[in-house]
Design a protein around this ligand. Structure first.
Ligand code: SF4
Ligand code: SF4
Length: 85
């Protein structure tokens, strides 16, 4: 199972509506995984008590322009400086 629902779940229900596959449903005062989890990690982001854990890396998403720019800056900074000697 990709997603583990920890004991800390308070049953607030915030995670269920954000799941793109509708995999999370409420059962009493807990949430349960009742469908296919595609490891998008959206539910992890909304859980206020961090009860959810994915046992795989979250699905990759496209890199943002700012992340690309940061990487480029870091790479440029790592280049040896031309001291002119
Ligand atoms: S990781 Fe994504 S697909 Fe899996 S249960 Fe959470 S919201 Fe749904
Ligand atoms: S958001 Fe967290 S605490 Fe709320 S129902 Fe989902 S797993 Fe439980």
């Amino acid at each position: 199972m990709l997603l583990e629902i920890g004991e800390r779940c308070s049953g607030c229900g915030l995670c269920a509506p954000v799941c793109p596959t509708g995999a999370l449903t409420m059962a009493g005062n807990k949430v349960v995984l009742s469908g296919e989890c595609v490891a998008c990690a959206l539910c992890l982001d909304v859980c206020p008590v961090r009860a959810l854990v994915l046992d795989v890396k979250p699905a990759s998403r496209p890199e943002t322009a700012s992340e690309t720019a940061t990487k480029r800056r870091v790479k440029d900074d790592a280049q040896p400086q031309d001291t002119g000697v």
